[in-house]
Design a protein around this ligand. Sequence first.
Ligand code: NAP
Length: 540
Amino acid sequence: MTKQQDTSGSDHFDALIIGAGFAGLYQLHCLRDKLGLNARVLEAGGGVGGTWYWNRYPGARCDTESHGYCFTFSEALYKGWEWSERYPEQPEIVRYINYVADELDLKRHIQFETRVTSAAWDDAAGLWRVETEAGESLSAQFLVTAVGCLSAANVPDIPGRDSFAGEWRHTGNWPHEGVDFTGKRVGLVGTGSTGVQATPVIAEQAAHLTVFQRTPNYSVPARNGPLTPEFKRHVKENAGDIRDTMQNTLSGHPWFPSDRRTHETPADERERLYQEAWERGGLQFRATFQDILVDKQANEVVADFVKRKIEETVKDPETARKLTNFDHAYSTKRPIIDTHYFEAYNRDNVALVDVRSAPIQEITADGIQTADAFYPLDVIVFATGYDGVTGPLLRLDIKGRDGTPLKDVWEAGPKTYLGLQVEGFPNLFTITGPQSPSVLTNMPVAIEQHAEWISDCIAHMRAEGLERIEPQSDAAAAWGQTVNDAANATLLVTAETSWYLGANVPGKPRAFLAYAGGMARYREICADVAAKNYEGFTLA
Ligand code: NAP
């Protein structure tokens, strides 16, 4: 592709894509190889992988089963890769993403170690002007964000944090060379998916591990293990069916939820079904009955089952009590699966500290001081999550028409149309953006649908000689209502401390961040909008 420049002398592209994770790679493939556009990916990291490039913490593994955690748009690509375990570990996912990038010859159009510091729409020129940390200026007709939903780390601003004499790390920005916990007293703050994965692995190596828990979480055994040759063969022989299932189910996972209702099923039968699901393990546990996220009493049945399992596992009754002192209904925060998390508390070198009843007050040079005790530490691990979904976009410092910052438009929470575009920000597309199914689904499925929709939209514009697209006010407002209605029809909105509601970041507006109506329904809505000549968008 020949190098182009705009009138200001900046390198100019048809499309700039920010991020080289699953989303950025597939978007580049769609735009470059299917549409023939001059496209470039800008990536802050030194390699492909996005969240998996940065999240190298001990125990980092995907909760989606490996045969569903990959691209399915190309059967050859799908069949050309073989996963080794039921859930892929971080290094294997990075190897997979490199396999995709190499097979599709994508790396030559990815500019690594390039952090975008701002993006501004130039209305007169009809293009996006993008600045990078290294001072480079680039421009493009289309700007596509592929920055992931969980890439802006939430490091708590605890007084004295930077005075800590030992090493502290956030799990989302883990050093490539790893952290050696041998002989160390380790403090782990946070018990979400990450803390739950890291706890048993750190416990194996550290002299002592203190887990600082603010809110207890439900978790179900993952039951990870190597894949059998029969299963690997089954996956290859049924690639098409697996893809169909993922595209037509609520969550984008390779299974359909049961259509059973809790209170139409006798109690002993329910217990048997939950026991079976517990033994099978994995996220599918929550799909044993169809009503746990919409019926409070049905939810109490499953919550009670999980609570009993934790109580049976954890030997110390006081620790078990702290681990089951739930403040939310089962699965209303991101459901967690684990490998020997609760068992880790039976070790002599692991202690649980409840920082809801006695909050962390400060970090000193030597450890963590809570309201009722001091914990001497050599290493602190913050598994404290992310400024989810909106955070990665807001930190790009995006300015739309008339220089309006995105953060002003989203002051009271995100406003989008279909989670794909924002009014006043022409030609900006947000892959797995706020108000799309994003974090409620299996990510590669959501990413493929978005990247294809964006690519089809740009193809349509090119074919029709159109240069700009942005949402209409009414359509965006109606979509906001649809998103709220979908969330309010579930128990998801009852989890007061959920990051789905932005509750984990001080000062973040309270708004449900994803479309909860299901991936299959969302796919239909987007297809329908496109079929009706991009209804709700203004194309010029
Ligand atoms: P998270 O779910 O937001 O959990 C953060 C934890 O840190 C919570 O227990 C939170 O307590 C605690 N915390 C935050 N600030 C704190 C403070 N100032 N003092 C004490 N505790 C504090 O974050 P995460 O575990 O990193 O997971 C985020 C998301 O990433 C997951 O929900 C999931 O979508 C994704 N993820 C996926 C995988 C996978 O597929 N395997 C693995 C890891 C993560 P509160 O609950 O009280 O706020």
